[in-house]
Ligand binder design. Structure first.
Ligand code: ASP
Length: 420
């Protein structure tokens, strides 16, 4: 029989599954030197840490260079305006739909009714307060772009890169060398992504094995209903909102989208970070889904920074859960406020692990619910974070395909090709 070499995609899936099995087995084994020191905090920390750092290493140069390129390549400022408006509209509308879905599910399931609060509150965790929305807007404009690049302030980097790209487009004939420089820098970034992806299956394995070996499964039991609301909301949004939008707006087969995109989802799941997934997501959109560079390089980094549908779903369910736990019912206008606040919060949520929970404090405060409620769900948030990050980045890619198709910047043959 011919020994067919396993593709990277299948290897990532294998890494994920083996990581899951290993993690759960280790979890049940109980503490030991071998498990905790040698494997979990030794080998798995090493492999997972190197992989996450390697992809994070690329995020700042990649986002900066790709947005400059994307904006510069849309020499027609009207086109940039059109793509920008459509993308923003898509991101905001889907986030509002996402949170509405989760609120409805939570209102039906009633996760917080009949729960004994004393069994949930164990210690008082410190909860960081979210920034006010006006401050988020002001802080989007960098006073020192070099400092923004150095500290990885994504919104500031995007604003500066957009201006630089628009500027370049306006003076194109005068600066061919700068334009070529950015184009070639982009090529280099994509090559580095390819190289890093060679270790992805091992990195994914280590991350998942480490996370699952440390999860407190027993702590999850009283919160199962809440977890169900979030997970069910994520599923409904992914299948109906995204699947429906792809079918209606592009007439493309959503299953094919899934076939091409799930390795990227695997990276999002194991890293819990939209930011860290940007390089892989960009590559998938351009090389597997057939989206042109000029669209993807603009919509993917932007989406990873401001579009967080999965996070909004958690926030909707969490708000209802906490309101029920504390016996503070929400009026219709309070629910509308939650939808509005969570949509805005999604813009300010950084694409790194756990931030969605911090931003939840902004949503809770908007309707006068106790921020301490976050302490109740913090213990089980990691697993939900992994799942919502998958939805966060899937929304970005779905929007990218829809906008690209509407702009004629889409290659259907690549989308349906089998070997990519
Ligand atoms: N981890 C999420 C992301 O990177 C953000 C969050 O909800 O905490 O997309």
């Amino acid at each position: 029989m011919k020994n067919k070499k396993m593709g990277l995609t299948s290897k990532i899936l294998l890494g994920l599954l083996l990581g899951l099995i290993t993690g759960i087995i280790l979890n049940t084994l109980g503490a030991s030197y071998f498990r905790d020191v040698i494997l979990v905090n030794g080998l798995f920390s090493l492999g997972g840490g190197i992989f996450v750092n390697a992809i994070k290493m690329l995020v700042v140069p990649l986002v900066f260079v790709s947005i400059v390129n994307g904006a510069a390549s849309m020499s027609d400022i009207k086109k940039l305006g059109r793509v920008g408006t459509r993308t923003l509209a898509f991101y905001l509308i889907t986030t509002a739909i996402a949170i509405t879905i989760s609120i409805l599910i939570a209102l039906v399931v009633q996760p917080g009714i009949g729960l004994d609060m004393s069994s949930l509150i164990k210690s008082e965790p410190t909860i960081n307060q979210a920034k006010p929305f006006i401050q988020i807007l002001i802080d989007m404009v960098p006073t020192n772009p070099i400092a923004s690049l150095a500290s990885g302030e994504m919104l500031q980097i995007i604003v500066y890169a957009l201006l630089a790209g628009i500027g370049l487009a306006a003076i194109k004939p005068k600066v061919p060398a700068v334009i070529t420089f950015f184009e070639q820098f982009n090529e280099l970034n994509m090559k580095i992504v390819d190289l890093i992806m060679l270790i992805a299956p091992y990195g994914v394995f280590c991350l998942i094995a480490k996370t699952f070996s440390g999860l407190g499964f027993t702590a999850m039991v009283p919160l199962l209903k809440y977890m169900f609301c979030v997970l069910f909301g994520l599923l409904v949004h992914a299948i109906f909102t995204y699947g429906g939008m792809l079918t209606i707006f592009t007439k493309l087969n959503p299953i094919q989208f899934l076939k091409k995109f799930w390795p990227t989802m695997g990276v999002a799941f194991s890293t819990s970070s939209s930011n860290a997934t940007i390089p892989v997501s960009l590559e998938a959109c351009e090389e597997k889904l057939g989206v042109s560079k000029s669209i993807a390089s603009f919509t993917i980094p932007l989406g990873a920074t401001i579009n967080m549908d999965g996070t909004a779903i958690m926030q909707g369910a969490a708000t209802i859960f906490i309101s029920q736990l504390y016996g503070i019912p929400l009026s219709l206008s309070a629910i509308l406020t939650v939808i509005f606040a969570a949509t805005l919060a999604s813009i300010g949520t950084a694409g790194v692990p756990g931030v969605g929970l911090v931003m939840l404090s902004m949503v809770l405060t908007s309707v006068g619910l106790p921020v301490e409620g976050i302490g109740i769900i913090i213990g089980i948030d990691r697993i939900l974070d992994m799942c919502r990050t998958v939805v966060n980045i899937t929304g970005d890619a779905v929007c990218t395909v829809i906008v690209a198709k509407s702009e004629g910047e889409f290659d259907q043959e690549v989308y349906y090709s089998l070997n990519k």
